[in-house]
Design a protein around this ligand. Sequence first.
Ligand SMILES: [Zn+2]
Length: 220
Amino acid sequence: MNTQGHGVINVAALGAITGPDLWLPILGGALLPDIPIFIFYAWTKGVEKIPDRTIWQEAYYRPFWQAAVAVGHSIPLAGAIAITGQIIGEPVLIWLGISAILHSLEDLPVHNHDAHRHFFPISNYRFISPFSYWDPRHYGRWVSLAEWGLVLIASAVLWSNMSSWAGRLVLILINSSYGFAIFYSRNLWRNCTESNCSQPQSSESNSSVEVGKSKASSKV
Ligand SMILES: [Zn+2]
């Protein structure tokens, strides 16, 4: 799922339980799992100056970056943060951890060959979903529209509970970004088709796969 979508959906859903006082740690927990991916992109794009296609098809599958992404998307590690918060009586840590877990649960059904290792470090298992939040070979167009629909509903919920116009402007920008995200996915797909870079889907359809094996195009 797109990072900004996690932010809006988690704050709307979990914020309805906690109230606005804990919106910030919930937002932090929603963004935290994808931070290694932003660092990866900044490094490969800004420092190594690798073209976008190579970034998502090759550099993303380097073991170091795969490990960093697995740490961010680990349900056991996020659970440890929440449990630590519970033990020391710190709601900020509890809701940061819970929101990071929810982020992983939102990613789980919409990642195909780019699936994360959500049970790292206990297991390297990756659930290869038949659905993708961006890849048109796996219903990406429909899933991205469904995601946008959920974000719109969550935005409407937050809008009515929000007095700040700065916050409302952020919601407008996030919803606008979905048009760009969908266009960008289609662009990636077109590049992939032109170079005939589709990967062997059949060998990866139902089970965990070795990290680094896939060469297909990807994005966060
Ligand atoms: Zn994620």
